[in-house]
Write a protein that binds this ligand. Structure first.
Ligand code: ZN
Length: 180
């Protein structure tokens, strides 16, 4: 490990890429907001991305240096925005942030995902029609500026596709009609 190697085309062996922080790979991911209105992981709700601090992957299952080949460890991002948009199914009906994330150090390329050793958001888009209460979008954007990267606004139509979009839109509509 440590040296880049190209797996056979279509083979099972993931590619291992090594990049410097100054020359990162970029992937796409969703976040949702923690109670402090900072980015939190979609799947690990308790996990907040600290503003101004590089995130380093840990392997909680095995405890080896992360990311490792035949494991699930590493900081995830999708290399392909369209693929991510089609798989927004685990998004909770809660504020959604779509963004690009810079990845460096060791990066395992599993085709479906990158799993990186280090990560930091590169740009963020707040999904304005995913807001769940009367907090104005500007307040949330201001909070996200703690990451010191560009923050834009986007919509569910732009950020999510397919079934998950329909589901999230329906939930947002129900919230509005029920007076919240
Ligand atoms: Zn692992």
């Amino acid at each position: 490990m440590g040296a880049a190697r190209g797996g056979p085309a279509g083979g099972q062996v993931p590619d291992l890429i090594v990049r410097e922080q100054a020359d990162p790979l970029f992937g796409w991911r969703y976040w949702q907001l923690s109670p402090r209105r900072l980015l939190r992981s979609v799947t690990q709700r308790e996990f907040e991305w600290p503003p101004g601090r590089v995130l380093k992957a840990k392997c909680v299952e095995v405890g080896h240096p992360a990311p490792a080949d035949r494991c699930n460890c590493g900081l995830y991002a999708n290399p392909d925005l369209e693929a991510l948009r089609q798989h927004g199914l685990c998004l909770a009906p809660d504020v959604i942030v779509l963004g690009q994330v810079a990845l460096w150090g060791k990066v395992v390329d599993d085709e479906a995902n990158y799993r990186a050793e280090f990560a930091y958001p590169a740009r963020l888009s707040l999904v304005v029609d995913s807001l769940i209460d009367d907090t104005p979008a500007e307040t949330l954007v201001e909070g996200l500026q703690a990451y010191r990267v560009p923050v834009h606004l986007t919509t569910l139509d732009e950020a999510v596709a397919g079934m998950s979009k329909d589901m999230l839109k329906f939930q947002a509509m129900s919230r509005r009609t029920s007076g919240h």
